[in-house]
Design a protein around this ligand. Structure first.
Ligand SMILES: Nc1ncnc2c1ncn2[C@@H]1O[C@H](COP(=O)(O)OP(=O)(O)O)[C@@H](O)[C@H]1O
Ligand SMILES: [Mg+2]
Length: 256
């Protein structure tokens, strides 16, 4: 595969839950090392999009490819192999409260690789250092602040050196200062490990800080896709309303 072959490609992806159509023709192509922010209202299908990429959900029509292979046709082994290349950072860190920071980070390495405990310890320390949390190694999640837990969540997301990192609302529930620290960390991590990132958010400030590219999901489709500068200048009334947070405009409450 050449260097600029897409890491992800979605073509005319449809997805419905029962009668309810969530995605109605999504097209998206992601090149290595891009940081794509997916914007959209609450309920617009952003988390659903991430689940499609992980192969947890299957599209009702259309194609989802990861590194040139159709995700929905992967059997268990290739699917697991693919998931090892994808790091997931969840909205509320989702750390296991009964496990120490070290053990939370070690879990995937213990389950999915044949690395020795010493090798695992070294990787855990390396990732903790990357997020500035080396001292938290032996702490329990409950001993940490929300921002610290989020950093640990980021460290866990990159523990397998993923080619692709998916972030679901990474700054949800954080105050503005901690939120911009996390945004900065997302940029640094993507650069340090050379990963491609998809960041789902509804926070405009974060979006403009992090993104090399922004896509907006609205009524089941990507209605705008471009650089942050293009986004700011967009003449699309839906995009303009979303950026400004105006009450008046075409966006309806509930969004569908
Ligand atoms: N497993 C599911 N079964 C039925 N409906 C779902 C399921 N997952 C999500 N939905 C619905 O799909 C819509 C999009 O959800 P989601 O992708 O979580 O939105 P977002 O992340 O943009 O807030 C919502 O209306 C949600 O209620
Ligand atoms: Mg969501």
């Amino acid at each position: 595969m050449s260097d600029d072959a897409p890491i992800i490609e979605l073509r005319d992806v449809h997805l419905a839950f029962g009668e309810k159509e969530i995605l109605t023709g999504v097209n998206l192509r992601l090149a290595p090392r891009e940081r794509l922010v997916v914007l959209g209202q609450s309920g617009s299908g952003k988390s659903t999009l991430l689940r499609l990429l992980l192969g947890i959900l299957k599209p009702s029509a259309g194609s989802v490819q990861f590194q040139g292979r159709e995700v929905s046709q992967m059997r268990r082994r290739p699917l697991n192999a693919m998931r090892q290349k994808i790091g997931m950072v969840y909205q509320y860190s989702a750390l296991i409260s009964s496990l120490s920071v070290r053990d939370n980070l070690a879990l995937q390495l213990e389950e999915l690789t044949d690395k020795t405990p010493a090798e695992i310890d070294a990787l855990v320390d390396e990732k903790l250092a990357l997020v500035g949390m080396a001292d938290a190694r032996d702490k329990m999640p409950a001993e940490l602040s929300g921002g610290m837990r989020k950093r640990i969540g980021l460290a866990r997301g990159i523990i397998m050196d993923p080619a692709l990192i998916l972030y679901d609302e990474p700054s949800a529930g954080l105050d503005p200062v901690i939120s911009s620290v996390i945004d900065q960390l997302i940029i640094e991590l993507s650069e340090k490990i050379g990963a491609t990132s998809v960041i789902v958010t509804h926070e405009m400030e974060s979006a403009f800080r992090i993104a090399t590219r922004i896509a907006m999901l609205y009524q089941g489709r990507i209605i705008a896709d471009g650089t942050p500068e293009e986004f700011k200048k967009s003449a699309d009334p839906v995009v303009a309303q979303f950026i400004s947070g105006n009450i008046d405009g075409p966006i309806l409450e509930g969004g569908r």
